[in-house]
Design a protein around this ligand. Sequence first.
Ligand code: SF4
Length: 225
Amino acid sequence: MTRASTSSTRWRRPPRRRVAEIVARLRCFYGAPRLRPHGRPLDELVLTVLSQNTSDRNRDVAYVRLREAFPAWSDVRAAPVEAIEAAIRPGGLAPTKARRIRAILDAIGDDDLAWLADAPVAQARAFLCSLPGVGRKTAACVLLFSFGRPEVPVDTHVHRVATRLGLLPAGVPLEAAHDIALRYANDFDPYEFHVLLIRHGRRLCAARNPKCGSCPLRSLCPTGR
Ligand code: SF4
């Protein structure tokens, strides 16, 4: 048995009341984020591919350049991969991301993915995860940000902060982390849950030297205590 599965076996989901207190304190500290679903799943899908291993700013620059060079997604599909690569270069990993974007668009064809708004969530998720290079986090981003569907994208900040707080078992793989996070999505606003953990990961609960002395969650946190 691996270390991850051992710790997962011992882990128990914290009581709802304790999770609610964590969310309430973070909301008080960072403010209440509000989701405005934009209804453009294909845009979100490409944007999320561009966000891999780069900053938000570089992702946005790459996205704007791509849309300026190819206003319609059918234009991207018809373009040489080298031209896509040139457009998205400021976002980093351009050769890999260009090939991935083209492969996704080729697989989707003329589908605008609007049907994801009303399909059963499990079916919508399975479809997205069947696309080339698309994993649970990207699928969750598309469903949550485009349509407000109950998904919690587990990125590096969410994974780290949730693990330290005992909301996820230590060492849990990302796939399993998404399954557990889905249960929180049923009890809490998934967008708020996602954004507050990211804000906390960026501001106080950093990967190195978390500022536990200034943290509003310290009395609730097994790591900080
Ligand atoms: S007490 Fe420390 S480890 Fe726990 S959530 Fe706060 S900053 Fe992170």
